[in-house]
Design a protein around this ligand. Structure first.
Ligand SMILES: [Zn+2]
Ligand SMILES: [Zn+2]
Length: 270
């Protein structure tokens, strides 16, 4: 079994802690064969009102760190370069420009806050209904993102549950299947995919993002492109629950996991 981790953060992200080399070295020690570093590039920061281009603010340094890590770990791990592009649809012009950067293997398109609203981690959730309304907005904004198309896979769909559950509202994506089915069909027509993000398995949410029922929905909509990632921000978490993620994929009917090189999908048998 070839283990892959396609969602990892180094200290080139504001919330990262370790160097690219340390993250990749830890992954290699844990038996990960192919890893992509996907540091944050957040387009919309509601709190500061500023564009927070994170690793793009010091891209040359990032490239040097990446090249050094790749070189030092040659033969131990196949290291690739990506970004997690947040809220791309809030600034299409910048997002399209960033997505055309040379040398990128992979782009995760994530949504951490809907328009004019704080990051999901920082919302004071009032009620079940409040949560439901936010999830609806969250799903609708994904349509804009898919139409814009400056990414390869949609990141951690349904990770809203992590924060809602902490506030006492354990609400997943059940009940939103009709609209999500439409979203997945549009996604497939556009030649894009989703990721299975395993961070929810270890963080107390108790489910991967997306959850199993939604994973099946994506498969039934014709979805074949799917990467698996730990969303690790420290060496202890890199590669975490990847094998569990593969099992979830098999259970949902997938036969392949996807990796990317030069923004093109490659399929690895599960
Ligand atoms: Zn994210
Ligand atoms: Zn992430």
């Amino acid at each position: 079994m070839i283990l892959t981790d396609f969602h990892t953060h180094s200290r080139c992200s504001v919330d990262g802690t370790a160097s690219i080399y340390d993250m990749a070295n830890a992954a290699a020690q844990k038996g990960i064969s192919i890893m992509c570093i996907t540091d944050h590039v957040d387009i919309d920061n509601f709190e500061t009102g500023k564009k927070q281009h994170d690793c793009f603010a010091h891209w040359e340094k990032m490239l040097r760190e990446y090249a050094e890590a790749k070189d030092r770990l040659k033969g131990q791990i196949d290291l690739r370069l990506g970004i997690e592009l947040g809220e791309a649809s809030h600034n299409p012009e910048d997002s399209l420009m960033i997505s055309q950067t040379n040398g990128l293997d992979f782009i995760i398109g994530s949504m951490h806050n809907v328009k004019d609203t704080p990051d999901f981690c920082c919302i004071d959730y009032k009620s079940q209904q409040h949560c439901g309304e936010l999830i609806e907005k969250y799903i609708e904004e994904h349509f804009e993102l898919v139409r814009l198309g400056c990414f390869d896979v949609l990141g951690h769909i349904g990770y809203t549950r992590r924060y809602m559950k902490r506030s006492g509202f354990d609400i997943g994506l059940a009940g939103f299947e009709d609209r999500l089915g439409e979203l997945f069909r549009l996604l497939c027509e556009s030649g894009k995919g989703i990721e299975l993000n395993t961070s929810g398995i270890r963080d107390g949410t108790g489910t991967a993002f997306p959850e199993k029922g939604i994973l099946k929905l994506y498969h039934e909509a014709g979805g074949e492109i799917i990467t698996v990632g730990s969303d690790s921000h420290r060496t202890a978490d890199v590669g975490a629950n990847i094998a569990d993620g593969y099992e979830l994929l098999r259970e949902a009917g997938f036969r392949y996991v996807t990796v990317f090189r030069d923004r093109k999908p490659e399929f690895i048998k599960l």
